[in-house]
Design a protein around this ligand. Structure first.
Ligand code: BGC
Length: 371
């Protein structure tokens, strides 16, 4: 009897040594995940993919959504610090408001990963995102190709911009990527902006709100297109704003043509609009891969490593290691940037290949495979 107990004990010890890190309660690390809001499809996906992937790898997960309220996000993060999480993965509602609570995280020795959105003026170990500037470039390049702007000759086209939330660092990268790429055509007069709204501030949309994008665009249409002026392109930074703009075009645009409407994310409603023709394209970012990259990174950090470019080889998807682009006020934050790509009605099948979407029963629209 005594012998078998000690046998079990020593077996447990051997197993304990073999399964370093996750096999026994005292070794289980906890990851705190702070997402901005449940109101936009992508953050539900991010939260679920992160939670599922970290739990499958043996981590404990605390996941919060802060209803797009930065005060609530501060509180949620403070609670997770009090709960003693080992790592914080944060997608900021407002990039500029997290310094105080993250000073507490630093004091508690908690590693902070800025997820998708950069966090300013705080000690952030790494940034995991997509190449945000390229998102805008892809939207612009789509317009250049669709209108064959390189060979436009004397032809001119009208374009209007809709950008994102000024509190989100990504929003200016998206806008600049698109605007810079189209600038030669704007300067040459091939692209005209009847509203004269050429700066990010003039076309920004608080909280990426669909309703606000709708209202803003209705105003633009009423003021500059009411006389029958043709709108050729509505360059929208993402799908939530594109949804509002597409709606405004449906109800308030007098022209006969369907303008090109760009977006970003591959939200289900927007993919339906792409099938129906009221949105033209979206820039897809596989956030399941973004979660996967974050898991590999966090595991390496908790393993005592200081990851660099070499970690990219272990990622489930292509990503670049960037040590130049994202300065958060305290210095450049080393970043892993995944690759976005263009989707329109002609290549929706690429989304099926991600495993994150499936065709519906009629084979007409895409549905989410997320449970
Ligand atoms: C994300 C986009 C998203 C937007 C609104 C940005 O920070 O990168 O994918 O569309 O926030 O949620």
């Amino acid at each position: 009897m005594k012998k078998s107990v000690s046998l079990i004990l020593s077996l447990a010890m051997v197993l304990g040594l073999a399964c370093t890190g996750t096999a026994f309660a005292q070794d289980v690390k906890t990851v705190g995940i702070s997402m901005p809001t449940k109101s936009l499809e992508r953050w539900n996906r991010d939260g679920s993919y992160l939670k599922d992937q970290f739990e499958a790898a043996g981590y404990k997960v605390e996941l919060t959504y802060s209803d797009n309220k930065y005060v609530q996000q501060n509180n949620d993060i403070a609670n997770m610090i009090a709960d003693g999480v080992d790592v914080l993965i944060i997608s900021a509602i407002d990039s500029d408001t997290l310094s105080p609570v993250l000073a507490d995280a630093e004091e508690a020795g908690i590693t902070v990963i800025a997820y998708d959105r950069l966090i300013n003026n705080a000690n952030v170990a790494y940034y995991v995102s997509f190449d945000n500037y390229t998102v805008g470039v892809l939207q612009a390049q789509y317009v250049i190709d669709a209108l064959d702007l390189e060979n436009a000759g004397d032809k001119t086209y009208n374009i209007e911009f809709t950008a994102g939330d000024p509190a989100d660092t990504n929003a200016t990268y998206f806008f600049n990527g698109a605007y810079d790429t189209l600038a030669p055509f704007i300067e040459a007069g091939t692209l005209k902006i009847p509203s004269g709204k050429t700066s990010f501030q003039q076309v920004a949309t608080d909280q990426w709100s669909t309703d606000q994008a709708l209202e803003n665009f209705q105003n633009t249409l009423a003021s500059y297109y009411g006389d029958g002026t043709v709108l050729d392109v509505a360059l929208c930074s993402n799908d939530s704003t594109a949804a509002g703009v597409a709606q405004a075009i449906l109800t308030d645009y007098a022209g006969e043509n369907q303008p090109i409407v760009t977006g970003q994310d591959g939200d289900i409603g927007n993919l339906q609009n792409i099938v129906d023709g009221t949105q033209t394209m979206t820039v897809y970012k596989n956030v399941s891969d973004e979660a996967g990259v974050t898991l590999v990174l966090v595991s390496a950090i908790l393993n005592g490593e200081t990851p660099g470019a070499e970690l990219c080889e272990q990622f489930p998807a292509e990503a670049a290691f960037d040590t130049e682009t994202y300065d958060n006020g305290l210095g450049v934050v080393p970043s892993y940037l995944l690759v976005p790509y263009s989707i329109d009605a002609s290549n929706l099948d690429l989304l099926i290949e991600t495993g994150n979407y499936a065709w519906d029963e009629d084979g007409k629209y895409l549905v989410s495979t997320l449970k």
